[in-house]
Design a protein around this ligand. Structure first.
Ligand SMILES: NC(=O)c1ccc[n+]([C@@H]2O[C@H](COP(=O)([O-])OP(=O)(O)OC[C@H]3O[C@@H](n4cnc5c(N)ncnc54)[C@H](OP(=O)(O)O)[C@@H]3O)[C@@H](O)[C@H]2O)c1
Length: 281
């Protein structure tokens, strides 16, 4: 049995579906109820990674665990080692951690100190571990869905700065391979899309998917910071703006890892936009 935390999110949902499709028994873990129908072979357990004691019923009988640190967990102070320790105690053998590309490209970034603690915790555990370090997700474009729906406009900074955004479904497929198969233990994979695309090009891809013109209003860095302050902690805002506005060459580079693991090229932003067009119509 494989346990998937963050099962209600952009990576967790396709991961639950991919594992079940492959015939695995899956426990989908989230704090909130799931807003999709679980596939056959999957069950839902409510638990919170921020309180590893709640993971007990989910981990009972598990062989492998997908750890997705998110939300308050990234701002909190509960020792990261508690999660792999709970897994080991329950007899889990293998863990796959969703981290971030930034831990490779900006190892000192204040915004990612907690994710670095999680990386260290799984590396120093007795589990077989794999770390996934994705770049920016294609699904971050959901933040534009309301203004695209109501005004056919994307309102965002850094219109012409290109990044190789990755489809969360590809992250999920790589995670499924690492959770199920041999040969991925002790590996750290950097996951990107197949080409760097600018936000303006992403708006054009949405326009193509919808079949109607989508305009672009470019925010200044200061305007973007004000907007993000409504839902993000300060150090995370600055770190995010640095990457979106002034990416390092290593953050604009396409990584070969999705193709190496999956044996096919990574999906494009345009493909993600076509599959998710309902959110923008
Ligand atoms: N977005 C990006 O560009 C990007 C880039 C690199 C790395 N990442 C990493 O990927 C993670 C997810 O990305 P996302 O932004 O796309 O998020 P998301 O899909 O919206 O997922 C967040 C998920 O985490 C769960 N969650 C939140 N707090 C939790 C907790 N304390 N215990 C258990 N589950 C919790 C939520 O489910 P419930 O609330 O239902 O539990 C939700 O399903 C981020 O946290 C980040 O570490 C993201």
């Amino acid at each position: 049995m494989i346990v998937v935390t963050g099962a209600s999110g952009n990576v967790g949902r396709p991961l639950v579906e991919a594992l079940a499709l492959a015939g695995e028994k899956v426990t989908a873990v989230s704090r909130s109820p799931l807003r999709y129908d679980l596939p056959e072979g999957a069950r839902h357990v409510r638990a919170d990674l921020a309180d590893p004691a709640t993971l007990g019923p989910a981990l009972d009988g598990a062989d492998a665990l997908f750890v997705l640190p998110a939300g308050e967990l990234l701002g909190g102070s509960a020792p990261a080692v508690e999660v792999p320790a709970a897994a080991e105690e329950a007899g889990v053998r293998r863990v796959v951690l969703l981290s971030s590309q930034i831990n490779g490209t900006r190892p000192e970034a204040a915004s990612h100190v907690r994710l670095r603690e999680f990386e260290e915790a799984v590396r120093s555990s007795g589990l077989d571990w794999t770390i996934l370090r994705p770049g920016g997700f294609a699904s971050n474009a959901y933040a534009w869905s309301e203004t695209v729906r109501t005004r056919r406009t994307v309102i965002a900074p850094f219109a012409d700065v290109a990044l190789p955004v990755v489809d969360p479904a590809d992250i999920a497929e790589v995670a499924a391979v690492a959770l199920r198969g041999e040969g991925h233990s002790g590996r750290t994979y950097e996951l990107t899309g197949p080409a760097a695309v600018t936000p303006r090009e992403q708006a054009a891809a949405l326009s193509e998917a919808i079949g109607e013109e989508v305009g672009y209003v470019e925010l200044t860095r200061e305007q973007a910071r004000e907007h993000m302050a409504r839902f993000m902690p300060e150090p995370v805002i600055e770190g995010t703006l640095d990457i979106l506005g002034e990416p390092l060459p290593a953050e604009q580079r396409v990584s070969p890892d999705v193709e190496k693991v999956l044996g096919r090229p990574a999906g494009t932003f345009a493909g993600w936009a076509r599959r998710n067009v309902h959110a923008f119509k």
